[in-house]
Unconditional design. Structure first.
Length: 411
């Protein structure tokens, strides 16, 4: 079977047939040789990683010359008795041309269209036959790669995606830290920022064992208008819940972090919000017990141009939570404190580039209602920009949060 795809700026629509149908070959039709060749190189890399043997070639046809479109599409049908035209994307005149070809060649012409929002393949030629398909599942890495980018996982890079292992134990710890955080988000933020600063001061950013002179800690806290006795209470609370161990307070304050992941949560403000969102999303299942989201990544660092490895000035963005629902990418920004309109533009820019019309944009905030008049402005801007806003998390139960997170791909 040969699938004819009409080139579209929405990369998912160009490669869908190759990923989801058992096709022998794909012919990508468009009017820009440069764009077609560049895209095919990316698509072939994705297919190779999946072990798919489908070959992809291309044909250039002017998008403004209907007669030429009809002639070229007709030549394809006459050479191959098993052709399927994918009508999911492409220029209008290409689709008009398919209609004329259908009228001319009748049953020899098969057509279909994908609906990625509900995992459906529609028959578009009224004969009741569609090609067999695999589940509509795209990985986050594949989705980013379709648009020429990559998710940075190399730990030698200054900015990379941290390898979180959200197992049952970490999920339990996340619930504990979230309960501590949401009792007073502001206090949690300043306490974790200060702990990170102290780890940096004593050059203990990588180790789990922490020790600092009590006088030095007191001095650092005073500069931030914080009280030493209150901070020790915070540390004892962490020890009570098993997040740190062997806390000793005398001339030195020393303890050990439970593990590397817990340390990251306790030394980066806002990290726990990202993790509670991701943890709850990973726990969600459908009516058959299948995970609702096929992938959830915390702190996904995206390099916009994987081919430009020698460029010192690379465009890199970090998405707080990147999830996939089938073939739908969901870009989530988590704000555990103050933020401004620029954050909305950052989220929109990345999501629109790496998902086009299929991307879902979500902003999750804990303190939006405390911004005064600014909060109304930000809500209005989010509505205009197609960003779904979830707020007041600190007042939500887990069931309420789950309900809010269970329909993110539908907004």
């Amino acid at each position: 079977m040969t699938i004819i795809e009409f080139f579209d700026k929405v990369a998912l629509e160009n490669i869908a047939g190759a990923l989801l149908c058992n096709a022998d070959s794909i012919i990508l039709v468009g009017d820009s040789r440069k764009k077609l060749e560049r895209s095919i190189k990316v698509y072939n890399s994705i297919l190779k990683n999946r072990g798919i043997q489908t070959t992809i070639s291309y044909m250039t046809i002017s998008r403004n010359n209907l007669q030429n479109i009809i002639e070229v599409l007709g030549s394809i049908v006459e050479k191959d008795d098993d052709c399927v035209f994918d009508l999911t994307g492409g220029e209008d005149l290409y689709l008009v041309g398919v209609g004329i070809i259908m009228n001319k060649y009748g049953e020899r012409v098969q057509c279909h269209r994908f609906n990625f929002n509900n995992n459906t393949l529609y028959d578009c030629d009224a004969d009741g036959n569609v090609c067999s398909t695999a589940p509509f599942i795209i990985t986050a890495e594949e989705n980013i790669a379709m648009y020429g980018g990559t998710i940075v996982k190399d730990e030698t890079q200054p900015l990379h995606t941290f390898n979180w292992n959200i197992d049952e134990q970490l999920s339990d710890d996340i619930e504990i830290m979230w309960s501590l955080c949401k009792s007073d988000v502001g206090v949690w933020n300043i306490n974790t920022v200060m702990l990170g600063a102290m780890c940096d001061f004593v050059k203990c950013m990588e180790c789990l064992d922490f020790s600092i002179e009590a006088e030095v800690m007191d001095s650092m806290l005073s500069k931030k208008h914080m009280q030493y006795p209150q901070y020790i209470i915070f540390l004892r609370l962490l020890e009570k819940h098993g997040l740190i161990r062997s806390l000793k307070v005398d001339k030195n304050v020393s303890f050990s972090f439970k593990n590397r992941q817990i340390k990251r949560c306790l030394t980066l403000a806002g990290q726990i919000l990202e993790l509670i969102v991701a943890s709850r999303m990973k726990s969600l299942t459908d009516s058959e017990g299948i995970p609702l989201y096929n992938e959830v990544i915390v702190g996904a660092v995206i390099d916009w141009d994987r081919s430009d490895e020698d460029n010192a000035y690379r465009t890199i963005n970090e998405i707080d939570v990147l999830a996939m629902k089938g073939a739908i990418p969901i870009f989530i920004s988590c704000k555990n404190g103050n933020f401004d309109e620029n954050e909305l533009y950052k989220l929109t820019t990345v999501a629109d580039h790496f998902g086009e019309k299929y991307a879902k944009k979500v902003l999750i905030a804990t303190k939006l209602e405390k911004f005064g008049l600014k909060s109304d402005y930000l809500r209005a801007r989010m509505s205009d920009m197609g960003i779904r806003c979830i707020e007041n998390l600190t007042n939500m139960t887990n069931n309420q949060l789950d309900n809010a997170l269970s329909t993110l791909w539908l907004n």
